[in-house]
Design a protein around this ligand. Structure first.
Ligand code: ATP
Ligand code: MG
Length: 490
C-alpha cells in the first residue's frame, strides 16, 4: 500500500456484532449530527481518537465526525453550525458547551496538520487566534489549519513539502479512502459508520488497538518528516493509553528528534499542554526522556538534569508532575505556569547561583535568572507572558519564606501569588531543595488563627503589611535585605 499516493485499498469492515462500541457510549449530540447527515443522504462517521477510546472502553475526550458533505452543505444542514478556517474549512456544530467538529474528507497530500510556518507568531497569537476570527489557529485537535501564507508560495519549495519534508498544503477535499491515509497512527484511523454501526478499517487499526500498539500509517520516517509533532503525539498516546510504540515507529526518534526544534513555539506550547496537563504528565515526562524527545523541548533542563549530582531538580519535576496529575484526577484547576516553574527550576537555580556568587541580591538574581532561562526556552516552547510573569513572581518570592518574624510575614500572606509560591515551597522541600523545617513552619503557621499568627511573628519587623509605600521606604532605610538569605537550593 502506498498511503502517500492516497492509494485506496478497500477497508475491512468490522460488523456491529464483532466490536464492542455501543451507541449508548456515544455522545447524544454526536449521534444527532451523524443521523442528520445520514438522513440527508451523506456519509457520516465518527473518526479518530473517539473510536479508539470507545474500543478500549475509555470515555472519549471529544467526538469528531468525518463526512462527504462539504462545509457549505454542512452549514445548510445545521443552523447551529459555524465554519472555521480559511483555506481548509471545518464545521463546528455547537450544542450548548459541546462542539462536535465535522471535517469533510480530505484528499491525499492534504495533511491533518499541514504545519504552516508560524515562526513569526507568538504563543499568545496562536492562543488568541483560537477564536474563530481566521488567521492561523490551532483547531480542537491542536492541529494547525493551513491558513497562513506559508513558504510553499516560495518557488524554492516544491508543491507540497518544504526542504525538510514537512507537508505544507492542505486544501483538497476527497473521499474516505483518501482521508484515511493522512491520519497519523493506525489506532487513530478507524471510522465508525452510522449507517450500520460497523467500523471501517483500512490500516489494521482494530488489530493494533487490540494489541495496544502505536504504529504509523505508511513509512515512519516520511510521516515524521511531514509533521515531526507526530513523534510527540506517539508519546502522548503511549502515556495516556498505556499503548506501546511499535519498534518501527520508535526507531526514527534518534535521528529525527532534532526536527522538533523547527516547530513553531506556539504549536509546541499547545502540545506541551496536552502532554503535561491532562493527567498523565509524570509518565509523559519519563517517556519523553526515554525516547530522547525531551531535550528538543527543554534543552536547558535536559542539560541540567544530565549533570546534576544530587537528583534534586529531577525529584522536583517528578513531584510537581505527580501533584498536577493528582489535581487533574480530582478535577481541580491546573496551570502551565506552575509546571514551567517546576520544569525550569534547575536551570533557573544555576543561573541564579552565578549571580549570587557575583554578589547580586537574591530576588534580583532570581528575577534575572528567570528572564535568561525563559528567553532561551521561548525559542522552543513559546511561554506566553500570562504564564511567564506569574512564574517569575512565584520563583522570586521563594527567599521570602526564610523571613519568619515581623509584620511583613503577615503582608506576604496577602500576596496574590502567595498560595502558588507556598505550594512550590512544599515541592522544593519535598525534593530536598529547601530545608524541610521551613516548609513545616509555614504549614503550621497557616493553620493558626489570625491572632495566633500575629503573636507568632511579633511586631518587631517594622511597619508591616504589604502596602508598597511603607515597605519601600523601610527597605531603602535599611539598605537592602538583611534578613533575606539566598534560597537554600542553589
Ligand atoms: P485525544 O484523545 O487526545 O483527543 P485524538 O486521537 O482524538 O486524541 P486529536 O489530536 O484530537 O487526537 O486528533 C483527532 C484525529 O486527527 C486523530 O485521531 C488523527 O486521526 C488525526 N490527527 C490529528 N493530528 C494529526 C497529525 N498531526 N497528523 C496526522 N493525523 C492527525
Ligand atoms: Mg480528539
Amino acid at each position: 500500500m502506498d498511503p502517500q499516493s492516497g492509494g485506496a485499498t478497500s477497508p475491512v469492515i468490522v460488523a456491529r456484532a464483532d466490536h464492542p462500541i455501543s451507541r449508548s457510549h456515544i455522545s447524544g449530540n454526536a449521534l444527532k449530527v451523524l443521523y442528520r447527515l445520514k438522513d440527508a443522504g451523506y456519509q457520516g462517521f465518527l473518526v479518530g481518537g473517539c473510536v479508539r477510546d470507545l474500543l478500549i472502553g475509555i470515555e472519549p475526550k471529544d467526538f469528531d465526525v468525518a463526512t462527504d458533505a462539504s462545509p457549505e452543505e454542512m452549514r445548510r444542514l445545521f443552523r447551529n453550525c459555524r465554519l472555521i478556517g480559511r483555506r481548509f474549512r471545518l464545521a463546528h456544530v455547537r450544542f450548548g458547551p459541546q462542539i462536535i467538529e465535522v471535517a469533510t474528507f480530505r484528499a491525499a497530500g492534504a495533511p491533518m496538520a499541514p504545519e504552516p510556518d508560524l515562526d513569526g507568531i507568538t504563543a499568545e497569537d496562536a492562543e488568541s487566534d483560537a477564536d474563530e476570527s481566521g488567521g492561523a489557529r490551532l483547531d480542537e485537535h491542536g492541529d494547525i489549519d493551513g491558513n497562513v501564507a506559508a513558504p510553499e508560495e516560495d518557488e524554492s519549495f516544491d508543491r507540497a513539502h518544504d526542504e525538510r519534508g514537512r507537508l505544507l498544503r492542505d486544501n483538497v477535499y476527497g473521499t474516505i479512502d483518501q482521508d484515511v491515509w493522512r491520519r497519523d497512527f493506525t489506532c487513530n484511523a478507524l471510522y465508525y459508520s452510522i449507517q450500520d454501526f460497523s467500523i471501517w478499517d483500512y490500516v489494521g487499526g482494530v488489530e493494533d488497538v487490540r494489541a495496544r500498539t502505536i504504529r504509523l500509517i505508511g513509512d515512519p520516517e516520511t510521516r515524521y518528516r511531514e509533521d515531526p509533532v507526530r513523534m510527540l503525539r506517539a508519546v502522548r498516546f503511549e502515556a495516556k493509553l498505556g499503548f506501546e510504540i511499535h519498534e518501527s515507529a520508535r526507531a526514527p526518534f534518534a535521528t529525527l528528534a532534532e526536527l522538533l526544534t523547527h516547530i513553531p513555539p506556539a504549536r509546541l506550547l499547545d502540545e506541551f499542554q496536552k502532554l503535561f496537563l491532562a493527567g498523565f504528565g509524570r509518565r509523559a515526562f519519563d517517556l519523553l526522556r526515554e525516547h530522547g524527545l525531551f531535550e528538543p523541548l527543554f534543552p536547558a533542563t535536559a542539560a541540567y538534569l544530565a549533570e546534576e549530582p544530587d537528583g534534586m531538580a529531577l525529584a522536583l519535576i517528578h513531584a510537581g508532575l505527580a501533584d498536577t496529575d493528582r489535581r487533574v484526577a480530582e478535577g481541580r484547576a491546573v496551570t502551565p505556569m506552575f509546571l514551567f516553574a517546576v520544569l525550569l527550576f534547575g536551570p533557573v537555580s544555576a543561573a541564579a547561583q552565578r549571580r549570587f556568587d557575583a554578589g547580586v541580591p537574591p530576588p534580583v538574581a532570581i528575577g534575572e535568572a528567570v528572564d535568561e532561562v525563559i528567553g532561551q526556552q521561548n525559542r522552543r516552547i513559546g511561554i506566553p507572558k500570562r504564564f511567564s510573569f506569574p512564574m517569575r513572581e512565584l520563583l522570586t518570592l521563594q527567599p521570602r519564606f526564610h523571613r519568619r518574624e515581623g509584620r511583613r510575614v503577615l503582608g506576604f500572606l496577602g500576596h496574590p501569588r502567595f498560595r502558588a509560591a507556598y505550594d512550590f515551597l512544599l515541592l522544593r522541600a519535598h525534593a530536598g531543595a529547601e530545608n524541610p523545617a521551613i516548609a513545616r513552619w509555614w504549614t503550621e503557621f497557616l493553620a493558626l488563627s489570625p491572632e495566633q499568627q500575629r503573636e507568632r511573628v511579633g511586631t518587631d519587623g517594622g511597619p508591616g503589611g504589604d502596602e508598597p509605600g511603607p515597605r519601600r521606604r523601610r527597605r531603602r532605610r535599611r539598605g537592602g535585605r538583611r534578613h533575606a538569605p539566598p534560597p537554600a537550593e542553589t
